[in-house]
Design a protein around this ligand. Structure first.
Ligand code: ARG
Length: 496
């Protein structure tokens, strides 16, 4: 194909090494469908406004309908926009086809197409996140009484339950989902009609194209409309945060499935072995979630830095930004999918988690709380008393329980000046992780009462997200139907 439809009589041929260098065709595939729809909506609007005759316009519309979704994009034509136009001109001739870009530029068209492809990804990612959250909540339901050590600094901290721990995953992912939903209101706005930058004197109707393309409003200022990509950078940063949360979960899966932890078995579908060490079972999927997170951070850095020094309005640096949007979207979407499967099939080792609780002095805080509440020792002093007992237990290799029974009275007297006597059954109560957990009935705590409350509330949250996604899908589909109907009528009742 010749590139003359663009360069016309103005420029000679592009240098061969500039062709691939400047083309966006290698990553424009995702924009074919939106670009075709934009052209249809734009042409329908031009006919409606009496700017283009119905005869010419409907010829364009018919041609656009015959555009293959898998249109082969020729790099010599620079991008998807020129490829679509060239296809049409070739099909229906330059008289009608040549009207396609009246009062429309690649600048407003590409911004519009990106927003259309992005909003679809957003809905899909949010709905995939809802599935993942549901999976997590199912696992939560199975493990309300599964005790485990809670960690800080990766050291045993306090007893908790697996359900409590897993709800923390859910809650982080719920925030990720909310961020993406909030960003949708800034993504789903139509830049179309901004044309190159200064709009047009042609009597277009931006409101009509907005409606036909399923946008909720306009990016009003025509210069802003073609210059801005902050809507996409906002989504990429939301995705970078979501990946951070997925990566933290993945990291725990790698750790917990190690022989040192032995707290979880990852199913074979998400593991690999070594080409030389046949005993190995490596959590490769989880490791790659961690690794791919860095790629998304790269997408964020690349795109945010690409825009910081751009003069207004359109500069083709913006073309270089676009593939980073799809990279971040596709990595996040697939990472959510694999993590969901992995969590569905993971087998938690309840016995091992329970056993881990018995090591060390995980009930130390409970003992300090007991001294503070029952014996009116100021908490900081109680903390010192218990710390003293823990040190003795470690240094003298004595069981923490024995140290409490034998040394607590003395330590409390020496350090706090308080008489404390404690019976073996009181010690057993304090050291019992089940009791410790069940006493934490505060909102957000690990007791089964608190956890069950959280489950009910979280399930409601998942339902709300699912409703949002299906409502958005319904609205986009309705706009699509409207576009088909409008073009049908203009073509003369013919179906696509
Ligand atoms: N391929 C371009 C992009 O992705 C489309 C806009 C080109 N505009 C221009 N004036 N060269 O941004």
């Amino acid at each position: 194909m010749s590139r003359d439809i663009l360069r016309g009589d103005r420029l000679k041929r592009l240098a061969p090494e500039s062709i691939e260098y400047t083309a966006s065709t290698s990553f424009d595939g995702i924009l074919v469908k939106p670009v075709v729809k934009i052209n249809m909506a734009h042409m329908a609007m031009l006919i409606n406004q009496g700017v283009v005759s119905r005869a010419q316009g409907s010829l364009c519309l018919k041609g656009l309908r015959e555009m293959p979704e898998t249109l082969q994009l020729d790099p010599a034509l620079e991008d998807v926009h020129m490829n679509v136009e060239a296809f049409l001109v070739k099909k229906i001739g330059g008289n009608a086809g040549g009207q396609l870009n009246l009062a429309k530029s690649r600048n407003d068209q590409v911004a519009t197409a990106i927003r259309m492809a992005l909003r679809e990804y957003q809905v899909n990612i949010v709905s995939e996140l809802a599935d993942l959250r549901k999976t997590i909540l199912d696992r939560v339901g199975e493990h309300i009484t599964t005790l485990m050590p809670g960690y800080t600094h990766l050291q045993h901290a306090q007893p908790t339950t697996l359900a409590h721990h897993l709800i923390a995953y859910q809650d982080a992912l719920q925030r990720d989902s909310k961020r993406l939903i909030e960003a949708y209101s800034r993504v789903n706005l139509s830049p179309l009609g901004a044309v190159a930058l200064a709009s047009t004197s042609v009597k277009i109707n931006r409101e009509l194209t907005r409606k036909l393309l399923g946008f909720d409003g306009l990016v009003e200022n025509s210069i802003d409309a073609v210059s801005s990509r902050d809507f996409a950078i906002e989504v990429i940063s939301d995705l970078a945060l979501a990946m951070t949360n997925l990566s933290k979960i993945a990291e725990e899966m790698v750790l917990w499935s190690s022989s040192e932890f032995g707290a979880m078995d990852i199913s074979d579908g998400y593991a690999s072995t070594s080409s030389v060490m046949p005993q190995k079972k490596n959590a490769v999927v989880a490791e790659l979630i961690r690794g791919k997170t860095s790629t998304v951070y790269g997408d964020l850095m690349a795109s945010i830095s690409m825009t910081k020094a751009l003069p207004y309005s359109y500069n083709i640096d913006l073309q270089q930004l676009t593939p980073h949007i799809w990279s971040a979207c596709s990595i996040t979407f697939t990472s959510i999918q694999v993590l969901k499967g992995m969590l569905q099939e993971a087998v938690f080792n309840k016995e091992r988690l329970r056993k881990l609780l018995e090591e060390g002095a995980i009930a130390a805080t409970d003992l300090a709380d007991y001294l503070a509440v029952e014996h009116s020792i100021p908490f900081r002093t109680a903390h010192t008393v218990v710390g003293n007992l823990v040190r003795r237990s470690v240094d003298e290799k004595r069981a923490f329980r024995n140290v409490i029974l034998e040394d607590l009275a003395g330590a409390a007297k020496d350090i706090a000046g308080v008489e404390v006597s404690i019976t073996p059954s009181e010690v057993d109560q304090i050291l019992d992780p089940e009791k410790s957990v069940e006493l934490r009935t505060v909102d957000g705590g690990p007791s089964s009462i608190s956890v069950k409350k959280m489950i009910v509330n979280r399930k409601k949250g998942v339902n709300e997200t699912e409703e949002w996604a299906s409502e958005r899908r319904r609205m986009l589909e309705a706009a699509n139907q409207d576009l088909v109907k409008t073009t049908d009528e203009l073509i003369g009742g013919e179906k696509a």
